[in-house]
Design a protein around this ligand. Sequence first.
Ligand SMILES: Nc1ncnc2c1ncn2[C@@H]1O[C@H](COP(=O)(O)OP(=O)(O)O)[C@@H](O)[C@H]1O
Ligand SMILES: [Mg+2]
Length: 577
Amino acid sequence: MFHKRLLKEFRDNQKYIAGMVATQWVTLLANVVLMLAAADFIGKMRSGILGIAGIAQILLILAGVLLVRGVMNTLNSRFSFQASTEVKCRLREKVYAKLMKLGGRYRDTIATSEAVQISTEGVDQLEIYFGKYVPQFFYSLLAPLTLFIIVGMMNMKVAGVLLLCVPLIPLSIVAVQKFAKKMLKRYWGTYTELGDSFLENLQGLTTLKIYQADGRYAEKMDEEAEKFRKITMRVLIMQLNSISVMDLVAYGGAAAGIILGILEFGKGSISLEECFFMIMISAEFFLPLRLLGSFFHIAMNGNAAVDKIFRLLDAPVPQKGTVCLTKGNDVQFQNVSFGYDEEKQVLKGVSFEVPQRGFTALVGESGCGKSTIASLLMQDHASYKGKVTVGGVSVCDLAEDTLYSKITRIRHDSYLFKGSVADNLRMGREDASESEMADVLKKVNLYDTVMEKGGLSMQLDEKASNLSGGQKQRLALARAILHDSDIYIFDEATSNIDAESENQIMKVIHGLAGTKTVFLISHRLANVTSADQILMIKDGQIAERGTHLELMGMQGEYARLYKGQKELEKYTGEGAA
Ligand SMILES: Nc1ncnc2c1ncn2[C@@H]1O[C@H](COP(=O)(O)OP(=O)(O)O)[C@@H](O)[C@H]1O
Ligand SMILES: [Mg+2]
């Protein structure tokens, strides 16, 4: 009935829950007083002894009861608000903190859309859980017992029948619980799946349009939506059916009590006043449990959402390093093996050394594992065998901040943000001056373009969609140069740039290598000829290594690829790949 872990985690919520139960109980007592007064009023009327005093008395009691109910209602809403708001706030904070802890690797644990769904709607489901369901549970135990004592003082038989019918409601709840749990788990599964594809299709809408695949994907989403509609309907049917059963029990039980009360009155074992009171109050035996039953379904939905939240909160956080300093910037891979899945190893015992300062190129066919080597250096994945060190310290032991300030990776699709050019550049270095920003823009051959379009305050749209592919890459490069770290990884960072600009940028990269440790991943071998060291990757291993001249002398894979590209470039006229 309860989510044990949820209650345990939010134990200090108990005071609000106790407050809610107490206010409901006082309201019940006030109602009992009103019913007793009404019964007394009717009794007096029948015996013809109702005077002004009697009328005044009932009006006074009515006013008093209304006042008490008003106050209790207000208090109840306040407690309910506090109980649910606190939990919602704290759960959201926890989810946020957990995502922060998981850092860039959170997607290994949870999809973005699921994280959004559970922390918004999922958490909202708990409003009913804490604000209504839990207090109602306790109140619905307390109310029938209280009424049993009061009615029992008048007639034990009626009180007993009413009390005996009450447990039928929780029994019916328990009966559907297991079933409901399974169904809701499926409901949330389908829901997050639909959210996932919705987000992805929306983000890729332009691509879908270009390939005229939008219709097909719309149909696929329709199918998923239909699946979601069906499971939603099934959940609603299940809830409605179970509520109908509870209604039957509640009103059937009340009717049984009323009929028995009237029979007892006929036999003369209770007075008219008592009979009237029993008729008026018997429904109260069942209403709290009946209400509990309807909250139960919403609470179960909250439970299913909370299970998902706890799964995220419990996900193991990869051990993060704490070392903040490394002496050198030399990089070593020692016998490193890694695969994204068990079956296929991408890297099989890769070893190489890169001295402090200098230019190392990683080359090889597409898919051979160049970017994977870069991502291991950036600690994107922790589950590799062997050792990756920077300045003699394993990258696993390096604190995240240190790692990111030490190594800058520039990919062909580095992210640019909506805002001005200056905003994006200052991400690289917060205190960069205008002249420093102008300098780096000149270095990457972007200065004139930016100046034409409004200078450093030129506004970029989301993902810099108002820049061309090459311009985006150049801006990302400029930002990276401003970042001024010790190690740079350029992963196909100039893949979209025209040959002339590429040559100019390569000069900048080569210049950087005079003072920094530079890795260059490029499919265009003309870019790597001046590298101090070229590592040719093949079949998950370093097949060839050396300078351009050494590798050409070997007459191996590198020489073959280089000659092939040269040949091709002769036909295409210039150096663009
Ligand atoms: N996130 C990923 N999950 C699963 N497989 C991946 C992932 N990234 C890359 N791979 C696979 O690993 C291999 C190496 O990829 P990558 O290092 O990106 O190659 P490249 O040399 O072109 O940069 C490829 O076969 C690719 O399909
Ligand atoms: Mg790659």
